[in-house]
Ligand binder design. Structure first.
Ligand code: CP
Length: 302
C-alpha cells in the first residue's frame, strides 16, 4: 500500500492486517515504542485545511511515538494563501524530504487527482464527504475488541448520513467484513436511493427499529449550523425525533455499545448523560485512534 485514500479501495485482508497490528500496538504499546527510535530521520507533515482536534492530535501523538519528525502545516500562513495548488504544495514537501503527508481537505477527489504523481505517501485524514478511513479503522478496532469479530454484527448508523465521510468509510469496510448496516435519520439527510441500492448490506430503518436491533449504535454529528433551516427543528426536537435520548437508550440490547466519532453535540444527537455512560465507547474510540494511526504510518512509511 503506497497511499491510504479510502477503505473502498482496500481488500478485507488489508483492512484486517491494519486492525491486527493496531490491536497489537494498543495491547503492547511500550514494547513497540522502544523499537522505533531508528525512525528519527523520517519527516512527515500534517496538512489540515479543515478544523480537527482528534484526528490531528492523535496523528501527531502516533507520529511522535514512532519517532518520526513531525511538521505541522498551517494553511492560513502558507503559500496556499497565495494561490499555490495542493499538488505544488505536496511536490514542495516531497522536494525538501518529507516522506509522508497526512491531509484533511474540504474537497472530494483532491487526493485521487494527485496520488499517481507523487513519490511521498498520502494518508487521508478526511476529505469532503467521501471518506475518513482512519476514523472507520478505529471504529472497527473498537468493535472487534468488544465483540471479538465484525462478521454478523448489526451496526446502526444514525444521523446526517448523506454528508458523512465517516459513514461512507464505515459502510464500505463493514460490508467487506460481513456486518449489516442499519441506517436511520432525517429523510433529507439520508443517502440517495441509488447509493443505498449499491450496498446490499445496508438497510433503511426508523431510528427506533435501528436502535433496538443493533449491537453497535453509532450516532453521527448533526451539523445543525448547516441544517437548522432545512430541517426546521430545534436541538431538543432533534434529540427527541432522531437522537439517542435516555428513553431510546433503554431500548438498546443489554450487550450493545454506543459509539460516536465526535465532536459530539451533547443533547442534540445524543443525550449528554450517555456520552460517558456504561455502554459508551466514545473515549475508547479516541484512544484507539492513536494505535490505528501508528499502524497505518508504520505500514506506509517504515
Ligand atoms: N472524529 C474526527 O474526525 O474528529 P476531528 O474532526 O476533531 O478530527
Amino acid at each position: 500500500m503506497k497511499h491510504l485514500i479510502g477503505l473502498r479501495d482496500l481488500s478485507s485482508a488489508e483492512i484486517l492486517e491494519i486492525m491486527t497490528r493496531a490491536d497489537d500496538i494498543s495491547q503492547n504499546g511500550s514494547r513497540h515504542f522502544q523499537q522505533s527510535y531508528h525512525q528519527h530521520q523520517t519527516f512527515v507533515a500534517n496538512l489540515f485545511f479543515e478544523n480537527s482536534t482528534r484526528t490531528r492530535f492523535s496523528f501527531e501523538v502516533a507520529q511522535k511515538r514512532l519517532g518520526l519528525q513531525v511538521l505541522n502545516f498551517q494553511a492560513d500562513v502558507s503559500s496556499s494563501q497565495k494561490g499555490e495548488s495542493l499538488y505544488d504544495t505536496l511536490k514542495t514537501l516531497e522536494a525538501i524530504g518529507v516522506k509522508g503527508v497526512v491531509i484533511r481537505h474540504e474537497q472530494n477527489g483532491v487526493l485521487t487527482d494527485v496520488k499517481n504523481r507523487l513519490q511521498l505517501n498520502l494518508i487521508n485524514a478526511g476529505t469532503g464527504d467521501e471518506e475518513h478511513p482512519t476514523q472507520a479503522l478505529l471504529d472497527l478496532l473498537t468493535m472487534k475488541q468488544e465483540f471479538g469479530k465484525i462478521e454478523q454484527l448489526k451496526v446502526a448508523i444514525i444521523g446526517d448520513l448523506r454528508h458523512s465521510r465517516v459513514f461512507h468509510s464505515n459502510l464500505y469496510a463493514l460490508g467487506k467484513l460481513g456486518a449489516t448496516v442499519l441506517i436511520a435519520g432525517p429523510q433529507s439527510l439520508m443517502p440517495k436511493q441509488e447509493f443505498i441500492a449499491k450496498h446490499p448490506h445496508c438497510h433503511v430503518c426508523t431510528v427506533d427499529e435501528a436502535i433496538v436491533q443493533a449491537d453497535v449504535v453509532m450516532m453521527l454529528r448533526i451539523q445543525l449550523e448547516r441544517h437548522r433551516d432545512a430541517l426546521n427543528i430545534t436541538a431538543e426536537e432533534y434529540l427527541q425525533t432522531y437522537g439517542l435520548s435516555l428513553e431510546r437508550a433503554k431500548g438498546m440490547q443489554q450487550h450493545a455499545i454506543i459509539m460516536h466519532p465526535a465532536p459530539v453535540n451533547r443533547n442534540v444527537e445524543i443525550a449528554s448523560e450517555l456520552v460517558e455512560a456504561r455502554q459508551s465507547r466514545i473515549f475508547k474510540q479516541m484512544r484507539n485512534g492513536v494505535a490505528v494511526r501508528m499502524a497505518v504510518l508504520e505500514q506506509l512509511l517504515l
